[in-house]
Write a protein that binds this ligand. Sequence first.
Ligand SMILES: Nc1nc2c(c(=O)[nH]1)N[C@H]1C(S)=C(S)[C@@H](COP(=O)(O)O)O[C@H]1N2
Ligand SMILES: [Mo]
Length: 229
Amino acid sequence: MGRRVLLGTLGLGALGVLTAPALQRATDAFLAGASQKDPTGLTGLLPNGGGFRYYSVTASVPHKNETNYRLTVDGLVDRPTSYTLADLRALPQTRLVHDVQCVTGWRVPSTPFEGVRLSHLLDAAGVRPSAGAIRFTCFDGAYTESLSLRQAYRPDVLVALRMQDKPVGHNHGGPVRLYVAPMYFYKSAKWLSGITVTEDVRPGYWEKRGYDVDAWVGRSNGRDDEPTS
Ligand SMILES: Nc1nc2c(c(=O)[nH]1)N[C@H]1C(S)=C(S)[C@@H](COP(=O)(O)O)O[C@H]1N2
Ligand SMILES: [Mo]
């Protein structure tokens, strides 16, 4: 084999190995960059589709699936628990259909979300009397969110496995995202990996940067949108 042919072959082989993850990283980074500085609304034309914008505070997010996804419930509970996707699917599922409202103004009508009620996971873990709030963490390694315990027990707050009647895709925060129907969409943490029961509310990523901790649609952040739930 001549030197050029050998190099060519190696090059193609390397490309084959690299292309899929490298492309995904490039896409993630591009979408993240584009959506963060978008006064035009043009990122609405990019993937996530159906009126949704792609948001991520990190340039790339690892992909999690059937084999490596875990959701932990810990903190002020009697029984700390770790769930696989199969574990979550085996629990009672609730389907809700409401509008989605982002605090930057865009709204998507009647979007189905389906998954396990957060209250179910909290009851299973046994929340201690000293508890007052929940802190959510994500496997992007950066995003966090919060709810008061009272908000967390609402029946329209889900640990969502499905969105738009299909499994939550990676760009929408799959395989598992939080869904807080009555609040601005920043509450619905994508790539959910941790539910920690705490004493007090610890403001989340955007809340430390000025958004309201109690994010009711139409009654917070100085906005007057129609409520979503
Ligand atoms: N982990 C994580 N979750 C997140 C965000 C984020 O940047 N990272 N952005 C929030 C905001 S501001 C919105 S509007 C929605 C966007 O969800 P989408 O990308 O499915 O449209 O996710 C919310 N959850
Ligand atoms: Mo948002």
